[in-house]
Design a protein around this ligand. Structure first.
Ligand code: SF4
Length: 343
């Protein structure tokens, strides 16, 4: 499988406004130095707690946010180095399915207007062509031509998400970001939408980035994945390998928190203390050290690198990779005294 998307050392920082006009009070480091590859036809999961930078990373992947540093290569082309017209053409191949089907559809538009909007903006199709295409798309997502002139309020949450999916695939994209596509839906509808996504992927040869904090969904859907914490990747690679043997303490804690009887092995309970720290002033060293149950003194100051531990399985942790070959203070592998740590 060849690569469809590559991120090279991508960082996305936002200024914090407030106080005096034209002055920023600091930078939110939403995504920091992320490198990864996504292959044609796979589903790549991005998981982590709220505020870890998942959605910002996905927005950077499809050019909705310009990285502060680094490159986004889509089909080998640097997205952010393209002239405006070329960028717009390329961008049509990359679409997004939004989290909330209630707020992502304009309540004043009917289904035809919603689904045909991307074609209308592109301006290459006649009214008849757009109508025929919308009917085809509705049938593809399990709705019908009878729904053409109904409004979002006439539909259930699951049906609205089907309309959102029809809109996302209307321009024949090859790359779709699914941003928590089922988290706002009832459990009974949840599986139906996931099955629809799998079916469409096979029929239309789509590549998905699947953002979720639900690890059971990620296990079901994803071939490969990345676990994010405070803007950085903690562990990434083949999802079977990560679920079978999570190497990073953060991934271990996330998996231990899942109530899923289908996991093969029982895992030790790991309860993380405190909340994710502010991305305005992230901890030096390992970003996870204040909450890590296995943190060592050296983790406070020496940032771990994401290193391939086995084929297509990467982890950023000194416990796994050892401290780098630099001069380290004595006692760097002593456990941190958690009594003194404020999270
Ligand atoms: Fe924990 Fe240290 Fe590994 Fe970070 S580098 S996850 S603090 S053991």
């Amino acid at each position: 499988m060849s690569e469809i998307l590559e991120l090279k050392n991508v960082s996305v920082h936002f200024p914090v406004k407030g106080g005096l006009p034209f002055f920023s009070r600091g930078m939110i480091q939403a995504v920091s130095d992320v490198s990864l590859t996504i292959k044609h036809g796979e589903t790549f999961g991005v998981v982590g707690e709220s505020g870890c930078g998942k959605t910002t990373l996905a927005n950077a992947m499809i050019g909705m946010v310009k990285p502060t540093a680094g490159q986004v290569l889509f089909k080998g082309v640097d997205l952010n180095g393209l002239p405006r017209d070329e960028f717009k053409k390329m961008r049509r191949q990359m679409q997004m399915i939004f989290q909330d089907p209630y707020s992502s559809l304009n309540p004043r538009f009917n289904v035809y207007q919603i689904v045909s909007e991307p074609m209308f903006i592109r301006g290459e199709d006649s009214e008849e062509e757009m109508k025929a295409r919308v009917v085809e798309l509705l049938e593809l997502v399990g709705l019908s031509a009878e729904d053409l002139y109904r409004h979002p309020s006439d539909f259930s949450g699951g049906q609205r998400q089907r309309i959102g999916i029809a809109r996302a695939i209307s321009l024949n994209p090859s790359f779709l970001v699914c941003d928590e596509p089922v988290s706002a839906l009832d459990v009974s509808i949840h599986a139906q939408i996931l099955n629809l996504l799998v079916e469409l992927q096979e029929r239309l040869n789509l590549t998905y980035v699947f953002i979720s904090h639900n690890l059971a969904d990620v296990k079901k859907m994803c071939d490969r994945m990345a676990v994010m914490y405070l803007g950085k990747i903690m562990e990434s690679g083949d999802s079977d390998k990560i679920f079978r043997q999570p190497l990073h303490p953060y991934t271990q804690a996330l998996l231990a928190a899942v109530l899923d009887t289908s996991f093969d092995e029982r895992r030790d309970q790991i309860v993380l203390q405190g909340d994710i720290p502010s991305p305005i002033n992230p901890p030096a060293g390992c970003r996870f050290w204040q909450r890590c149950p296995k943190a060592m003194e050296g983790c406070k100051t020496v940032p771990p690198e994401l290193i391939e531990v086995e084929e297509d399985h990467f982890a950023a942790c000194h416990l796994v990779n050892g401290f780098p070959d630099v001069e380290l203070p004595a006692g760097c592998d002593e456990p941190v005294d958690k009594e003194d740590v404020q999270v």
